[in-house]
Design a protein around this ligand. Structure first.
Ligand code: HEC
Ligand code: HEC
Ligand code: HEC
Ligand code: HEC
Ligand code: HEC
Length: 288
């Protein structure tokens, strides 16, 4: 991928920096340009009682790659002294990355590759052969038989979130049986509310949470996903991660016959993944 995004030689840097983080977003030491807003939000309410607003901080973090509008390598603070190798330049915190800044990571800086182009993930509509120039979906538009190439179309949500589970949506605050929602057992106003399944009073990676960024407890991308991966056997276990970075495994795991050949075997590809049971993520919040 080297021609299409700067290789900074470490993982955390694409999202976090110890200093000089993005001051426009309330997210942990966020090292990326973010989009300021302007998403099409969920608009198909049938039972919807709660306000849906623009995505909050813990969705804007994910969308800074997954809406497909911001280059994958658009960080604010590159490795090494200063913000970039030659100094004097800085990147935009909002919306349009400064390409001159990204170009400053030239080939062989610290021994890593500087890209000639800075691709965005894509807009999720690439079809046919070689689509979406200047996007990762130029090549990643379908699973090509026999290669390791992945189709990123389903990963690229674009800026239209009307076909996605609502984010930036207030969690209900009444919990009668008729209200259809379970009550989170820990609530920390101004911070978060969560389902403390092990009773240790901490929001562990495998516990579903709602974030309060000033409007009350809201569902965001990181309510359901932890971008660092979550051991499927629970915090601190040495089990394989749950698929799709889910906090609660929603039904993919050992003991299921995915290839439908009558045997449950290692060919199912889920050895070491422990499932919480089908729909268990959904049923943490929804009473159905
Ligand atoms: C793809 C982007 C991404 C990468 C890569 C990433 N993080 Fe994070 N990290 C996030 C997001 C988003 C949050 C906030 C999510 C939340 O509220 O739980 C976060 C939260 C954190 C937190 C605070 C909350 C917590 O879960 O403990 C720490 C500490 C952290 N990350 C450390 C790291 C380290 C160390 C690395 C590299 C090994 C890393 N992260 C890589 C996106 C990332
Ligand atoms: C630095 C850019 C970046 C950020 C920030 C980021 N992602 Fe991703 N994410 C990617 C890329 C690139 C892929 C595709 C990787 C692949 O297929 O190997 C991906 C894949 C995924 C997948 C699919 C995994 C699978 O195989 O099923 C999920 C789920 C996901 N990301 C969720 C999130 C969430 C939630 C956040 C925020 C908490 C987030 N991502 C933040 C770049 C990012
Ligand atoms: C010119 C075509 C092309 C472009 C553009 C491209 N890729 Fe790839 N990518 C490939 C091929 C081919 C592979 C498989 C490599 C292999 O077999 O080792 C791959 C593999 C990958 C992988 C590892 C396997 C996987 O899919 O999980 C990741 C992650 C990835 N690409 C991310 C990206 C990102 C992010 C971008 C945009 C910044 C991008 N690629 C742009 C051709 C491309
Ligand atoms: C209510 C829970 C929930 C929320 C909120 C949520 N997701 Fe997901 N997401 C899931 C589940 C469950 C899957 C696995 C779907 C599957 O297996 O097909 C998934 C899958 C994905 C995938 C992989 C593509 C796919 O369909 O398999 C990506 C990428 C992703 N989510 C990103 C995000 C981003 C970015 C946000 C915020 C805008 C977000 N998710 C919000 C539950 C959620
Ligand atoms: C973190 C808590 C949480 C989780 C986990 C969760 N949801 Fe939701 N979901 C909500 C909230 C809050 C709403 C907004 C509902 C409202 O206002 O009535 C919602 C809305 C919905 C809606 C739209 C309802 C409408 O009236 O349009 C559907 C459908 C839905 N969720 C299905 C799911 C599924 C399927 C899963 C599992 C993949 C899931 N949810 C996981 C909290 C959650």
């Amino acid at each position: 991928m080297d021609p299409y995004r700067n290789q900074y030689g470490a993982i955390c840097i694409y999202c976090h920096t110890p200093h000089g983080a993005n001051s426009q977003i309330s997210a942990p030491l966020w090292n990326r340009t973010i989009r300021s807003g302007g998403y099409d939000i969920y608009d198909k309410p049938t039972t919807l009682m709660r306000t849906v607003s623009q995505p909050g901080p813990t969705s804007l973090t994910c969308l800074s790659c997954h809406d497909g509008t911001i280059a994958i390598d658009s960080v604010l603070n590159m490795p090494g002294p200063g913000r970039s190798p030659t100094g004097g330049l800085s990147n935009s915190e909002l919306d349009t990355p400064n390409t001159a800044f990204l170009d400053d990571w030239t080939n062989n800086t610290f021994g890593y590759f500087g890209a000639t182009e800075h691709f965005q993930m894509g807009d999720g509509v690439a079809t046919g052969t070689w689509r979406n120039s200047s996007k990762c979906t130029l090549c990643h538009f379908e699973d090509i038989e026999g290669s390791a190439i992945d189709d990123f179309n389903i990963f690229t949500m674009g800026t239209d979130l009307r076909d996605d589970h609502p984010v930036g949506v207030l969690y209900p605050d009444i919990y009668t049986p008729a209200a259809d929602f379970n009550e989170p057992n820990v609530k920390l106003p101004g911070n978060m509310a969560f389902f403390d399944t092990n009773g240790n009073n901490r929001a562990d990676p495998d516990e579903i949470r709602m974030y309060d960024s000033g409007e009350g407890y809201e569902v965001e991308c990181a309510s359901c996903h932890d971008p660092h991966g979550v051991p499927s056997g629970g915090s601190g276990t040495n089990t394989r991660f749950s698929p799709s970075f889910l906090r609660v495994n929603n039904g993919i795991g050992m003991g299921m016959d995915y290839d439908n050949d009558g045997n449950i075997s290692s060919s199912e590809g889920v050895d070491g993944i422990i499932s919480n049971g089908p729909s268990s993520l959904c049923l943490t919040c929804h009473t159905k």
